[in-house]
Design a protein around this ligand. Structure first.
Ligand SMILES: [Ca+2]
Ligand SMILES: [Ca+2]
Length: 236
């Protein structure tokens, strides 16, 4: 028996078929009306329930690997969004300086090889990074814990608190919070400072710490946002 013949004779299947047709028609109509109400004629200033989502991407401005002497500062200058094609079309919302480092201390002794025997431990070095862009400066310190480590400096000039959230606001308000509106364009620079500490050593042995090797990367953060009317499916 074909599906249609079966359908003619089977009341349950008829009800099911009618229900399917109803929902197939009803859902697009409901969403169409709701979307029109929330989005279309309502305009930018109408307050509604919106879901704020988006995707982050990163553009490398600079990267390197430098030995920075104890007490010295490495300055990374002359960075600019002028080096990026169509930068003005991108929503550049922040900058991230990523650093990683190890530990290098020298042990010396009058008796060759004796330092390995008498031990001693390295002392922690402090590595401080800073990003600068117009009025937006951010700094953060990390430690190699006498071994290795890494940390980031993250600087954002948008309000990230509403990203991936459902909010009751106007589209204009949301845009003012997540759109950098050109604030990410222009010059950038960064600084990395090392404060090295030498650990203790056993008798007849001494330790020194001249600084630290820091691997760094400076990236712009681009946020491609999406503001959609939000419908609570449980309320349908
Ligand atoms: Ca050290
Ligand atoms: Ca060191």
């Amino acid at each position: 028996m074909s599906f249609f013949e079966d359908l003619k004779n089977n009341r349950d299947k008829q009800i099911m078929a009618i229900s399917i047709v109803f929902f197939v028609l009803a859902f697009p109509i409901y969403f169409g009306l709701a979307a029109a109400g929330a989005d279309g004629s309502a305009g930018l200033n109408e307050v509604n329930m919106y879901e704020v989502t988006g995707e982050l991407s990163f553009i490398e401005l600079a990267a390197g690997d430098e030995f920075i002497a104890d007490g010295e500062t490495l300055t990374i200058n002359d960075l600019s969004t002028d080096s990026i094609d169509d930068a003005e079309d991108l929503n550049i919302v922040g900058v991230i300086l990523t650093m990683s480092y190890t530990e290098d201390e020298q042990t010396t002794s009058n008796i060759p090889g004796s330092c390995a025997a008498v031990g001693g431990n390295p002392a922690d070095d402090t590595i401080t990074g800073m990003t600068m862009h117009g009025e937006y400066n951010e700094a953060a310190s990390g430690s190699n814990n006498g071994d290795s480590g890494g940390h980031n400096v993250e600087s954002f000039w948008i309000n990230t608190s509403i990203v991936d959230e459902v909010v009751i606001m106007s589209k204009a308000e949301i845009i003012s919070m997540v759109d950098a509106d050109g604030a990410g364009l222009g010059a950038y620079s960064a600084e990395i400072t090392v404060d090295a500490e030498a650990g203790g050593a056993g008798p007849g042995c001494s330790r020194s710490d001249a600084g630290e090797d820091v691997v760094y990367k400076i990236e712009l953060v681009v946020f491609d946002y999406d503001i959609r009317p939000f419908f609570d499916l449980e309320e349908l």
